[in-house]
Design a binder for this molecule. Structure first.
Ligand SMILES: NC(=O)c1ccc[n+]([C@@H]2O[C@H](COP(=O)([O-])OP(=O)(O)OC[C@H]3O[C@@H](n4cnc5c(N)ncnc54)[C@H](O)[C@@H]3O)[C@@H](O)[C@H]2O)c1
Length: 325
């Protein structure tokens, strides 16, 4: 029997996930929640005329759902997840889980109470790369001295992204991927301190109130130290994203497209060949069919820990204090 999937959101990433689901075997997209029914209907034309709905409640009342993909901006989380938890419907939710750490913690608490076994997955897709797997095999958190990471790019066009109260800012919205990879590969974070600034405010970008530069220092439980910087001041299409590990055994430099490994007398470069988004969905669908969730590499509870780190960085930047987790 085909799995019946609903989608919340009609934007860029709802389309990305819907395309992957449409290409998967034995999957049917059965409903789309848009900001209006019409928007959902229009989006659904491309996916077998899946009907539009105004709310997740309407969709869940009308359809037997095996799971829902939640693809909305950070400020829109809360009610959607609670409704699905209440009904015991599994979900895959895009990162970040919210604009702060409280909403996700609240959702997690509700899930533990109402549906502790609920299957969830969070869109930290880099974990599904071949090169992430290579790094997991090569690195031992206890042997890492330092890590340095970055997300250097341009200011996204989306109106919500440019508003602190809607996106949470660049570190929470975007650089969260690097923080999550750091946790996945080097273990948990103990303490953060951050410096953010608005280097080129309003006169360069209209209706923007997010910081446009920042650096975060992270003390790891292992004793290692990491620093992660981000900026959105660059021109469109110019940028640099990556995470490097400095260990007793060598240097590993990861970017979304490549991994370079430098050891004594040995150097290897591995181009990334997998599609981590497809793998992420395959792992989720497998869990829905079999209840084997071992292929899901980031679930809601784990992603809450990444969210705690990125939100602590904001608190540190605003207060000037170090934040212990
Ligand atoms: N994992 C990744 O690589 C990746 C890439 C891109 C986007 N994303 C994430 O996906 C999410 C959505 O991003 P996008 O690029 O699709 O944004 P978008 O602006 O293209 O689309 C957002 C969608 O959410 C809907 N929406 C807005 N406010 C809402 C509300 N209050 N309630 C319900 N729906 C609402 C909008 O109608 C729109 O359909 C973001 O959290 C983003 O970080 C992840």
């Amino acid at each position: 029997m085909a799995l019946k999937i609903g989608i919340v959101g009609t934007g860029w990433f709802a389309g990305k996930h819907a395309d992957i689901l449409a290409a998967a075997e034995d999957v049917e997209i059965v409903g789309i929640v848009g900001s209006s029914k019409k928007k959902g209907d229009v989006f659904g034309i491309r996916y077998g005329d899946a009907p539009g709905y105004e709310s997740v409640t309407d969709m869940a009342d009308d359809q037997e759902l095996d799971a829902v993909y939640i693809c909305v901006p950070p400020m829109a989380h809360g009610e959607i997840e609670r409704e699905l938890i209440e009904r015991g419907i599994p979900f895959l939710v895009e990162k970040p889980l919210g604009t702060d750490a409280e909403v996700p913690q609240d959702i997690l608490g509700f899930m533990r109470l109402k549906a502790p076994e609920l299957i969830t997955s969070v869109g930290y897709h880099f974990r599904y790369q071949d090169n992430a797997e290579r790094l997991r095999e090569a690195l031992h958190p206890g042997r890492i001295g330092m890590a340095t990471g970055m997300w250097m790019g341009d200011m996204p066009q989306a109106e919500w992204w440019r508003r602190q109260e809607k996106s949470g800012g660049q570190f929470i919205e975007q650089t969260t991927h690097i923080v999550d990879m750091l946790r996945y590969l080097a273990g948990e974070v103990e303490e953060v301190s951050a410096t953010y600034a608005s280097r080129f405010p309003e006169e360069e970008w209209e209706r923007t109130n997010v910081h446009d530069i920042g650096t975060v220092t992270l003390k790891m439980k292992s004793g290692a130290v990491a620093s992660i910087s981000n900026t959105c001041v660059l021109p469109p299409g110019v940028g640099k994203i990556g995470l490097s590990f400095y260990a007793r055994e060598g240097l590993w430099e990861w970017t979304p497209g490549h991994l370079k490994e430098t050891r004594l007398h040995a150097e290897n470069v591995y181009a990334e060949e997998s599609d981590p988004y497809v793998r992420q969905t395959e792992a989720f669908l497998h869990a829905l069919r079999t209840f084997d969730r071992s292929r899901i590499l980031s679930d809601y509870a784990d992603a809450c820990k990444t969210q705690e780190v990125t939100f602590a960085a904001l608190q540190s930047a605003l207060s000037g204090r170090r934040i212990k987790l």
